[in-house]
Design a protein around this ligand. Structure first.
Ligand SMILES: [Zn+2]
Length: 133
């Protein structure tokens, strides 16, 4: 799989981040089951608990438009180091991921990124399988 478009879109959408409090801009792009790409940025709130991360913004956009399965995730935060998805986002990715091996691309810039699998960044995850009786 070529991740260039996913990476470009994550970098682009980072500029739209609404981060007046932390000044920490994050952009994410997710590829869905049909190859469509959805983007998201972090959206902060004066009531800090109402803040939403870039990854969840992208995934929720896709799910709310009828997509079901995440095949790849790309995320960029700090451009001087690698910013991984937070714990809440990792859990949300697990919920919709095609499987534990989907790629999670952690971007510093368009030429520097790390590719991990979902299972590598959230081993032993709790998922809908745990609720099957
Ligand atoms: Zn997050």
């Amino acid at each position: 799989m070529n991740y260039d478009v996913l990476i470009e879109k994550a970098i682009e959408v980072r500029e739209l981040a609404y981060a007046p409090y932390s000044k920490f801009k994050v952009g994410a792009a997710v590829m869905m089951e049909d190859g469509s790409i959805y983007t998201g940025c972090n959206i902060e709130n004066a009531s800090f608990g109402a803040t939403n991360c870039a990854e969840r913004t992208a995934i929720f956009k896709a799910i709310s438009e009828g997509k079901t399965t995440v095949k790849a995730v790309a995320v960029i935060g700090d451009v001087n180091s690698y910013t991984y998805p937070c714990g809440i986002c990792r859990q949300v990715i697990v919920e919709f991921a095609e499987g534990p091996e989907i790629p999670i691309i952690i971007i510093k810039n368009k030429n520097e990124y790390i590719k991990k699998t979902l299972d590598e960044i959230l081993p032993g995850s709790f998922s809908k399988k745990d609720l099957e009786l």
